[in-house]
Design a protein around this ligand. Structure first.
Ligand code: ZN
Length: 433
């Protein structure tokens, strides 16, 4: 047997050497650490001096010279169909253009260190085609968790977001709408339980679905092992959704008005996905280009959302990171600033980081494989020049991100950095691309 073939038959192990490990579980950073990866999975994560490589393996050692290694981030709430358009319309001239827009937005997430992206309202089912093209290896892209269409009662949002909504009124229609999304390949179900901020005549506090309609969505999804994420701003809608057993409350703007609901979420382990960025980027802009009706609504909702996040965190409600990237000025690729905005809202840096890693994986029901750097998990890794816990803004600083690995493959890097060919994805992106 020639040497070449021997090498091919031997398993290849990649080690990340000379790093400080921030593993995503909330444990303090571990200096002088080594992480070893085989077949896309972590096989060792711990102190370098305890690492014992096997002699039968071909080993590629990557020396990162004291850099920081953390899990790839997980954004639990984006819309690939939107690119931060000011008028909050996510349209494209045709389906072909929309599919390309979604693929491009997906890749911007990955090039920013977000290795898993949950889309909570796609467009004409095109997100499933985008996922297939990534899974088949045609394009490098993040791991996509998809809800399909946003299931809503008859209301004006359906006109505003034509390709995103699936209207369903009454228990039987909701049941059918849930089945349809699962038929198309949805990993979870998204339900519009209250009105929306970004729909012209949407009333965020108004409850849309009745309790029996929410219950049937949860029941039907559960039959197929799917979770339900509920878009809910107003407290009455949040209460009904929590009682019906949804797995996450998206936005949760007026949650602070219901201490009983906060308690119930903590008891059940219902996640809050606070989407602080969506309002923040518009409130912080000079408002000049944002339509007045959006600004007026936001000035009311943003403070409430921050108050609700604080109250939920204090009560022990699990928090997962979601940016709502797509909304006006809320650009894909800048969504890794959401943990920093959660910190500004009053959370500790480590809690914000865990919300974007292990807690986000828990919200997805995938913490057995994702969200932390531990033995047996997928090797989704982010290499950073400086400690993000020292300043969470670094997560959004493209100069600070050295490399992004997905399933152990290098999928994004700084252009000047070189790596062995064996770790490179066929279509490797540039950080911030
Ligand atoms: Zn959204």
């Amino acid at each position: 047997m020639d040497n070449h073939l021997v090498r091919f038959l031997m398993k290849t192990l990649t080690t990340f050497q000379n790093i400080t490990l921030i593993d995503g579980t909330g444990r303090p950073p571990l200096p002088d650490a080594t992480v070893a990866v085989r077949d896309g999975k972590v096989v060792y994560a711990g102190k370098s001096r305890k690492w014992q490589p096997s002699l039968e393996e071909d080993i590629i050692n990557l020396d990162f010279g004291g850099k920081f290694l953390l899990p790839g981030l997980i954004d639990c709430h984006v819309h690939l169909s939107g690119s931060g358009e000011l008028d909050s319309r996510f349209d494209a001239p045709d389906d072909g253009a929309m599919a390309l827009k979604m693929l491009s937005n997906a890749r911007k997430n990955l090039a920013a260190g977000i290795t898993t992206v949950r889309d909570l309202g796609g467009w004409n089912e095109l997100e499933f085609a985008v996922r297939r093209s990534i899974q088949s290896g045609e394009f490098t892209g993040p791991r996509l968790v998809l809800a399909g269409r946003f299931i809503s009662i008859s209301e004006s949002g359906a006109q505003h977001y034509g390709g995103m909504y699936r209207i369903a009124d009454g228990v039987e229609e909701v049941r059918k709408a849930v089945r349809e999304q699962i038929m198309h390949g949805a990993d979870l179900v998204k339900l519009g339980v209250t009105g929306a901020v970004l729909v012209l005549d949407g009333v965020p506090g108004a409850t849309h679905f009745n309790a029996d309609e929410i219950r049937v969505a949860v029941e039907e999804a559960a039959k197929f092992g799917r979770r339900v994420a509920a878009h809910a701003h107003g407290i009455d809608g949040i209460r009904k959704a929590v009682q019906a057993g949804v797995h996450s409350i998206e936005h949760g703007t007026f949650l602070h008005q219901g201490p009983d609901v906060i308690k119930e979420m903590a008891r059940r382990g219902t996640f809050l996905v606070p989407t602080i960025s969506a309002g923040h980027v518009m409130v912080e802009s000079d408002h000049a280009n944002v339509p007045d009706w959006i600004v007026i609504k936001l000035l009311e909702t943003q403070q409430a959302a921050i108050k609700s996040l604080r109250a939920a965190q204090r009560a022990g409600v699990p928090i997962a990171m979601g940016s709502d990237a797509a909304t006006p000025l809320n650009f894909h690729g800048e969504n890794s600033l959401e943990p920093y905005r959660m910190q500004q809202a009053g959370l500790k840096p480590m809690d914000c980081l865990v919300a974007a890693t292990l807690n986000a994986a828990r919200a997805l029901g995938r913490d057995d494989r994702l969200g932390s750097i531990e033995e047996g998990k997928q090797a989704d890794l982010l290499v950073m020049d400086a400690n993000p816990l020292g300043d969470l803004k670094r997560l959004g600083d493209k100069k600070c991100i050295r490399a992004v690995f997905l399933d152990g493959k290098l999928v994004a890097r700084q252009p000047a950095d070189s790596y062995p060919r064996t770790v490179l994805a066929r279509d490797c992106l540039t950080v911030g691309q």
